[in-house]
Design a protein. Structure first.
Length: 328
């Protein structure tokens, strides 16, 4: 199989303001490309902050513009309204989502998923039914509704992280929360979409999976001393669940496609250095530096695999044209 036969997938993790890392990584890479970054991928999948990046790329924004979104709006989004109890929703959340909504509206306007220039998959979760809820472009004939949704709706749905933001009710009144509760690392979701929905064969696929930094895995002294499970894991529950999900997601992708076809980009950092809502300018600048430095180090490895040529142009009306040709 020649390189021209490959389908290329970009997968971006969730991670709040730490989305600065993948945005900076991609912004550095795009400076060396002759065409827009989105045009090199057949499918882009992103969860939570990764979903915002995926939506931006799909709508034709540059990675540099998305990075500026985080620099400008991040400190405003993660400021004020701390620890307010919403009686109606019976949920604690640290922040209102109004600043996030305003930032997204300023960036995406009223544009819809059907305006995306590439295939998109954006995970969320329905807290009423306990079922996954995924926004998708019309890259399959079964997908008849999501492409009419706005990018702002999809972004709010995928990024409404429990305890940080209130749940989000979409245009269908479905109560949705952050897709990170089941797919914070959406690499396996991307592989499943490519093989199970799009019908691409596993030997066709190459995946670039980008994280939002990670800390060394350690549940603490109490666990190592064999003190009860609740006391050992409670302080690190979120970290344990997210790292476990990410490991499982990558493991499935590696098993199906082979390690050589899944490139994982992430940066291990000191425990507590960054946080989902630590949006101080100094920390954002540090994340930018990490992302750009990692791009310079990885450029020689990933450019021949992912940026050697543009992908085939995505046309969401291909199904209609195909059906018309059959009818004729």
């Amino acid at each position: 199989m020649s390189m021209n036969d490959y389908r290329k997938i970009l997968s971006i993790d969730g991670g709040g303001i730490k989305g600065v890392f993948p945005a900076a990584f991609l912004a550095d890479i795009e400076t060396t490309l002759p065409q827009a970054l989105y045009s090199y991928f057949d499918l882009i999948v992103g969860t939570s902050t990764g979903g915002i990046i995926a939506l931006g790329l799909g709508l034709g924004l540059t990675a540099s513009q998305i990075l500026e979104f985080y620099r400008h709006h991040g400190p405003k989004i993660f400021k004020g309204n701390r620890f307010v109890l919403t009686v109606k929703q019976a949920l604690w959340r640290k922040y209102s989502n109004e600043q996030l909504r305003r930032a997204l509206e300023q960036t995406f306007g009223n544009r819809k998923l059907n305006e995306s220039k590439t295939r998109l998959v954006i995970p969320s979760f329905n807290i009423d039914t306990g079922e996954v809820y995924i926004y998708k472009t019309r890259h399959h004939e079964r997908f008849e509704r999501d492409h009419e949704k706005t990018a702002v709706e999809a972004a709010l749905a995928t990024a409404s992280a429990p305890t940080f933001f209130p749940l989000f009710k979409n245009s269908s009144e479905a109560p949705l929360v952050d897709g990170g509760v089941w797919a914070n690392n959406p690499t396996s979701v991307a592989v499943a979409e490519a093989i199970g929905i799009l019908g691409w064969t596993k030997d066709q696929l190459k995946v670039l999976s980008i994280g939002c930094t990670e800390e060394p895995f350690d549940v603490g002294l109490r666990r190592r001393k064999n003190i009860g499970a609740l006391w050992a894991f409670a302080p690190q529950t979120a970290n344990v669940l997210m790292q476990g999900q990410s490991s499982g997601s990558l493991g499935l992708a590696y098993t199906i496609l082979g390690h050589e076809n899944v490139i994982r980009i992430n940066e291990t950092v000191r425990g507590g250095r960054f946080g989902l809502d630590k949006a101080k300018a100094r920390l954002i600048a540090e994340l930018v530096g990490l992302g750009r430095n990692r791009a310079r180090n990885e450029s020689g490895r990933i450019k021949p695999m992912f940026f050697d040529r543009p992908a085939e142009p995505f046309c969401p009306t291909a199904f209609e044209r195909a059906n018309a040709m059959k009818a004729g």
